[in-house]
Structure formats: C-alpha cells, structure tokens
Ligand binder design. Structure first.
Ligand code: NAD
Length: 369
C-alpha cells in the first residue's frame, strides 16, 4: 500500500507510529486536520488482526472527529489514536506512560480522551506523562461521565428535527423507539418520559430494559421488533450500521435521531430516508455533547456552561437542514458540507504567524457559554 497516496486522498496532516519494545507499545496517532485548533479524539485499544486494519481505523476515526468538531462549532481539529493490543491482557503502566510520552512530544497538537477498550485508570497513566488529556476524573478537575450531556444534547437535536418534520418541537407529544438503553439511552428515556412521551425500548441487556419499564414506565419490545414499532421517532443508541436497505423498508418512523455513531450503513441509506420523507438528524451533529463537554476542560470545567453549550446542537442541526434545502441535498451530506465550509472559511482568516499568545485570563470564555 502507498501510505502517502492514502494520506493524500484522506487529506491527513500527520500520522505518527509509536513503538517501545520494553513496554510492548505499538500505537498509531493520526491527525487529520488542525485548521480550527488542536486535534482532539479518543484513544482506542483493540486487538487488530493486522496493522493495516489499525491504520484504516485510526484514519477513518480521526477524519470523523474533524467533521464532528467543525459542525459542533468548536475550535478543535480531528485526531484519534489506537494501541494495537488486547485490553483484557496487554495493559500495563509502562504501556500507557510510554504512549503518554509520545503524545507529549507532539506539544499539544493532539489531545486524547478515553475510547473503546480504555478506562479511567489507563488514562491516569497517560496523564502522568502529558497534560494533553481530557475527560480525566473529576478529582483532577475533569468533566467526568459525558453520557447525561450526550443525551441532553441529543434531545436538543431532536427538537430541531421535530421542528423540521412537524413544525413544532413538543417532545412529549410524540412516540419513540429507543434501541439501546445503556449510558446514553437510559438518560434519553428519562428525558423523554419526563416530557410525558410514549417510549418503546429494547436492549440485549434484559436488566437495562427492566429498569426502563419499572422505573420510567417505558414499554419493552423485542430486539428485532424495534424496527417495526409504530412510533414517530427512531432513536438508535446502541450500534452503528442499523439504518440499512433491510431495515428502512420496515420503518413507519418520521424522524431518526439518536446518539449512536455511524448509524447509516451507507450514504445511499441517508438518501433513501430522505426519499421516503423521513427526517434524519445526522448522528455526529446530534451526539456531539460528549465532545463539547470535554472541550470545556480547556477553560476550566463548569457544568452549567456545558449544559448551555449542548443547546447549540439545536442551532447546528437546524443549520444542517437549511443547507440541505439550499443545495437540494440529503441531510447527511449537508452536515459534511457545513463542516467543510467552516474549515475553509476559518482557514482563510488564519494569519501566517500568530506570535506569542500572551496573557491568559482565567475564568473568561471565548465560547460565550
Ligand atoms: P453503552 O455501551 O452504555 O450502551 C449501549 C447499549 O446498547 C448497551 O446497553 C447494550 O446492551 C445495547 N446493545 C448492544 N447491542 C444491541 C443490540 N443489538 N440491540 C439493542 N441493544 C444493544 O454505550 P453508550 O455510552 O450509551 O453509547 C451509546 C451509543 O452512543 C454508542 O454508539 C456510542 O458510540 C454513542 N456515543 C456515546 C457517547 C457518550 O457520551 N457515551 C457520545 C457520543 C456517541
């Protein structure tokens, strides 16, 4: 494979291969784009079968972070990192500290956080070697569990989607089919039930379903049945790829809006939803709450500001629908276009030399939140 040809196509700025024999570290850090700011994206640990598989994953995920941060209106770029290894047996203090030292050498161009296969203890070791970590434990001034914010942000995106489809945003007047009631899904169910909405839930974890039924008054449906539920809104909060050519024909839904990543199996599935008059709120725009939440750590974490920032998701999703109408394109494509337009516009105002950033003013916020 021609690596530079791949980077040329995917438009990555930098890829760093990190190796430490003693610690058994094999990691890749990918920086896709830093026009808007330092590249932020989680660290994933996975027993990739081949190095190519690890590289493909880190390139795809880092690119996705560029788009997510751009649509969220953050001054952040896109990056991601992967450690090749089995999280159940290959972890050690040396491994994560060695990774942290490589990160430190990047002088803040890349900022990391927890992702699949990584827990708060692993991050603690990375944090020993570099400050460029977000989502650290609250005892270190971090933002803690992002899930309630992600759910709250998803509801803001939902309101914009309801407005687009029905001309009002009365969350409680509609019915919902929730796929997955884990960290985010359960919080979503809670917010929807608080508004008096009818909520159908499914999950492979029966205990999670029971909790929604007993504590929140949701109605349980089977794992596959969820696609046939006669509800207004489908809200995926579990897996990716669930909106595909097999499931779409079964939909009676009028809106799709949920927290799961990569909901569309293919871009054509997004077009198919559009063709059927189903409003799709692009996943990476509605689930940006977790990213927004950690971004506040740069200026000193504050829960109230985090919550105010989540509300901008309403504006972002509305803007995506406007671009879709302006250009006659599907919403998934309009989201990408919104990201690209912002990066291009901000890229043009960057001066060649910013000089020393000068003073810092603790307690002040550039975001206005
Ligand atoms: P989670 O693991 O806590 O919850 C996922 C739930 O889905 C679990 O309860 C699991 O049992 C269930 N599930 C798995 N397979 C299923 C299936 N086939 N059918 C029905 N249910 C199934 O994860 P989470 O943190 O709640 O995240 C949910 C989704 O949102 C994921 O796609 C995640 O990538 C995305 N997301 C989460 C956050 C966050 O802040 N946690 C932020 C952005 C995006």
């Amino acid at each position: 494979m021609d690596l530079f040809e791949t980077l040329h196509t995917s438009e990555h700025e930098q890829v760093m291969f990190c190796h430490n024999k003693e610690a058994g570290l094999k990691a890749i850090i990918a920086i896709h784009n830093t026009v808007l700011g330092p590249a932020l994206g989680g660290l994933r640990m996975w027993p990739y079968k081949t190095e190519q598989e690890a590289l493909d994953d880190v390139l795809r995920l880092s690119r996705g972070m560029t788009y997510k941060a751009a649509v969220a209106g953050l001054n952040l770029g896109g990056g991601k990192s992967v450690i090749i290894g089995d999280p159940s047996k290959d972890k050690s203090e040396a491994l994560f500290r060695s990774f942290g030292r490589f990160m430190e050498s990047m002088k803040g161009r890349y900022i990391t956080a927890e992702d699949v296969g990584i827990d708060v203890n692993d991050m603690e070791y990375v944090f020993h070697e570099t400050d460029n970590v977000v989502g650290v434990h609250q005892v270190h001034g971090g933002s803690g569990d992002p899930s309630p914010f992600t759910a709250y942000g998803t509801v803001q995106g939902l309101k914009a989607a309801l407005q687009q489809r029905f001309g009002n945003e009365e969350v409680g007047s509609y019915s919902y089919a929730l796929q997955g009631v884990g960290h985010v899904g359960f919080e979503m169910a809670k917010l929807l039930r608080n508004e008096g909405a009818k909520v159908f839930v499914t999950d492979i974890n029966e205990e999670s379903v029971r909790r929604c039924v007993d504590e929140l008054g949701c109605e349980a449906v089977g794992l596959d049945e969820i696609y046939d539920v006669d509800a207004d809104v489908f809200s995926p909060s579990a897996l990716g790829g669930i909106i595909n050519m097999e499931t779409i024909p079964r939909f009676k839904f009028k809106v799709v809006c949920g927290s799961a990543n990569n909901q569309l199996a293919t871009d054509e599935c997004g077009d198919e939803l559009e063709r059927r008059g189903i409003v799709y709120a692009p996943d990476y725009a509605v689930n940006a709450g977790g990213l927004m939440n950690v971004s506040i750590e740069f200026e000193g974490y504050n829960r109230e500001r985090a919550k105010r920032m989540m509300r901008t998701i309403y504006y972002n999703v509305s803007q995506i629908f406007k671009i879709a109408e302006r250009d006659g394109i599907s919403s998934w494509k309009a989201a990408d276009r919104m990201a690209e337009e912002r990066i291009t516009a901000i890229g043009k105002i960057k001066l060649p030399f910013l000089g020393n950033r000068g003073h810092s003013f603790p307690g002040r916020s550039r975001t206005g939140h």
